[in-house]
Design a protein around this ligand. Structure first.
Ligand code: NAD
Ligand code: MG
Length: 383
């Protein structure tokens, strides 16, 4: 029996993880659940899975959750700081980080320090402070098991292999809803168009990131830290069908790919069960539905974000933290119709130029960079 804490239980990854857990009650028990704004769903989940603790990070919803769970033994906490309690709770074996954004950093650190294995969906944590997180995980002998489908693919391809034998990896990208479009088209696209992902149903932020290719940029950085690679060992290839989830090329020229239907249940299921592989009744792939699989070069001139992410990773230090914070601000602004699609990259680039560069940041430097970049990006958006 694995005891699990889910940070971000009410989101797209969180709810799918609870479905996986519900289907395997003899394998998993939920000890903690957290949610931000959707108090009703969090209450419903708490009544169903009976965890020891729930955290509602939006403090204005605390009374609602507390009252609804008053007849139970479930401890109810509120606020961002309480995420660390849910992450480090006694008895928890595995923490699924399914929160969106850099707010996931502190609870992930708390979980690692408490010796919990991490099933990592919250890629922003590795983008912001990949060096600190991976060092800490080594020191505490903690596994970080990727949930992101591309990284789960690489992770699965590496079972039984030595990372020293990796020549390079290819992260596949669907290309999103605007694949093949030019800048004049992108100039006027709306959030409704950007939110229509061809292959995946996900939270709003990652869906916009997928349309702008920032998601792939963040994933390049995530891969660097998860698999301890050099920047030049990480390539991106556009694959519109999202069947090949990513590939490893080894030093003898051999390549391994992990494939399957585009369904996040699979990588979630794998991460929860790791190191075992357990059966599921998820829909199976049928070759006749996919007579062709296509691969294309990514268009980094039209979709500048991918290029900016590579530049940030090459520069190192707090630069990935800067692009992440700037990106969180511009995506929110785009979702509120406050800036245009192409402007998002312009603001991110201005933040990369305008923010103070720190070569070897401490945790505090990262937290400050995150905060200061948000303020700077916020001003650029309003101007
Ligand atoms: P989502 O928006 O559907 O859910 C986000 C979760 O985080 C919710 O539970 C929400 O309550 C919580 N949250 C939001 N703001 C918060 C805050 N300020 N403090 C605390 N909690 C907060 O997002 P998602 O699509 O499930 O994505 C979650 C993470 O997983 C992201 O980092 C994303 O990049 C990654 N990811 C998602 C998918 C996917 O298919 N959805 C795939 C790969 C990776
Ligand atoms: Mg992904």
């Amino acid at each position: 029996m694995k005891n699990i804490s889910i940070l971000g239980a009410t989101g797209s990854v969180g709810t799918q993880a609870l479905n996986v857990i519900e289907a395997n009650p003899e394998l998993y028990r939920v000890l903690a659940l957290t949610g931000h704004a959707n108090a009703n769903l969090l209450i419903e989940q708490a009544l169903k899975f009976k965890p020891l603790m729930v955290v509602i990070t939006d403090e204005s919803k605390y009374q609602t959750v507390k009252a609804a769970l008053s007849g139970t033994n479930i401890k109810v906490l509120a606020g961002e700081a309480a995420l660390c309690e849910a992450a480090a709770l006694d008895g928890v074996d595995l923490v699924l980080t399914a929160i969106v954004g850099s707010v996931g950093l502190s609870p992930t650190i708390a979980a690692i320090k408490a010796g919990k294995d991490i099933a990592l969906a919250n890629k922003e944590t590795l983008v912001v402070a990949g060096d600190l997180i991976t060092t800490l995980a080594r020191e505490h002998n903690v596994n970080i098991i990727p949930v992101d489908s591309e990284h789960s693919a690489i992770f699965q391809c590496l079972v039984g292999e030595s990372t020293a034998a990796i020549e390079k990896i290819y992260l596949t990208a669907s290309g999103g809803p605007f694949r093949g479009k030019d800048r004049s088209f992108l100039e006027n696209v709306t959030k409704a168009q950007a939110l229509k992902h061809p292959n995946w149903v996900m939270g709003a932020k990652i869906t916009i990131d997928s349309a702008s290719l920032m998601n792939k940029g963040l994933e390049v950085i995530e891969a660097k830290w998860l698999f301890n690679l050099e920047v030049d060992q990480i390539d991106v290839i556009v694959h519109p069908q999202s069947i090949v989830h990513s590939l490893v090329q080894f030093n003898d020229g051999s390549m391994k790919a992990q494939m399957g239907l585009p369904d996040m249940n699979l990588p979630i299921h794998y991460a929860l069960a790791y190191p075992d592989r357990i059966s599921s009744d998820f829909k199976r792939f049928n070759f006749m539905d996919y007579p062709e699989l296509n691969f294309y070069q990514a268009d980094q001139e039209t979709f500048r974000n991918l290029d900016l992410a590579y530049t940030a990773l090459r520069k190192g230090g707090n630069m990935p933290c800067i692009i992440n914070a700037a990106n969180e601000v511009v995506v929110e602004a785009f979702l509120q119709d406050r800036i245009g699609f192409l402007q998002m990259s312009d603001v991110i680039a201005s933040c990369m130029d305008g923010m103070e560069f720190i070569e070897k940041p401490s945790l505090n430097n990262y937290l400050e960079t995150d905060m200061h970049t948000r303020i700077f990006a916020g001003q650029l958006v309003t101007n």
